[in-house]
Design a protein around this ligand. Structure first.
Ligand code: SAH
Length: 271
């Protein structure tokens, strides 16, 4: 940045707006943080994918909703900066947590790529939300109670070879694995490949949690095992938690099973 552009940005600093990237949680209003609710109430412009904007609403008549269905994430991020740089107070809405496979990274990338001093002078905040895996885990006990990792199975933004490599290494490392974007109609065979890879390192009795539409009216949470997974029960609105070698199941009084991964790990000598 040249000294003239810096002084330009300082001059404008008082006039630039605010951009908040907010996580609305899985959908249920009670799982949305009060700080996000307040940010949404104060926002002049709300930007996001229609489904999530509808979950975040309703909004008042004077609030502009730019629910840009046909825009890619980067276009949406740039739109939000353009509005905020004009002095608007903007909220970009993400489901779950905005930093987990969602809009916060796109917003950061748009800012890094921008040479517009007004964009850099925007007051930028990221407000966290409860992520899908946390909700699914909470419904059944504590499957994420020890070390775990989060992987997206979508190969829209990374090659399948990279996904397969990470899955295999995570399985070898005996991490509990939360899978996002697990299985789409367009690529059912990749989920089958993922199961084959996991089967090389985990027994068929490994507990598996399928959380579909968690925190939404259509919520279905199933506890199954690696050997008994029914792929047809898994879609893009499902988060899948694959247990580690330590993850345990036991019956709950109300039917079904509790699932948890103990805090402790067996001694090497006992493993
Ligand atoms: N930022 C989101 C994740 C977005 S990626 C979060 O933190 O939750 C989209 C994937 O998230 C979906 O394919 C699905 O695997 C998972 N997901 C998001 N919301 C969900 C919900 N309510 N129920 C189950 N899975 C969900």
């Amino acid at each position: 940045m040249t000294s003239s552009s810096i002084s330009h940005s300082l001059l404008n600093a008082a006039f630039t707006g605010r951009l908040a990237v907010v996580g609305i949680g899985p959908g249920a209003a009670e799982l949305l943080a009060p700080v996000v609710r307040e940010e949404l109430a104060l926002a002049q412009d709300i930007v996001g994918y229609t489904t999530y904007v509808e979950m975040a609403g309703p909004f008042r008549a004077e609030q502009r909703v730019l629910d840009s269905d046909n825009r890619c994430e980067m276009d949406r991020a740039r739109l939000a900066f353009a509005l905020a740089a004009q002095g608007r107070r903007v909220a970009v809405v993400s489901s779950g947590d905005p930093g987990i496979f969602a809009m916060a990274a796109a917003v950061m990338e748009a800012l890094e790529q921008s040479h517009d001093a007004n964009w850099h002078a925007v007051e930028l905040v990221i407000l966290p939300g409860i992520s899908a895996a946390q909700v699914a885990a909470a419904r059944v006990g504590a499957p994420l109670g020890h070390d775990f990792c989060v992987l997206s199975l979508s190969d829209n933004l990374k090659p399948w070879t990279q996904i397969a490599r990470r899955l295999e290494l995570a399985a070898q490392a005996d991490l509990v694995i939360a899978l996002y974007n697990p299985r789409s109609v367009a690529r059912p065979q990749q989920f089958a490949q993922a199961l084959d890879l996991l089967g090389l390192y985990r027994t068929t009795t490994t507990p598996v949690v399928l959380g579909q539409n968690v925190g939404r009216p259509a919520e279905v949470v199933r506890v199954t095992t690696l050997g008994e997974i029914v792929p047809e029960q898994i879609d893009m609105r499902t988060v899948v938690i694959i247990g580690s070698s330590q993850t345990r199941l036991f019956p709950r009084l109300t039917g079904g099973n509790w699932v948890y991964t103990p805090r402790w790990y067996p001694e090497l000598s006992k493993a």
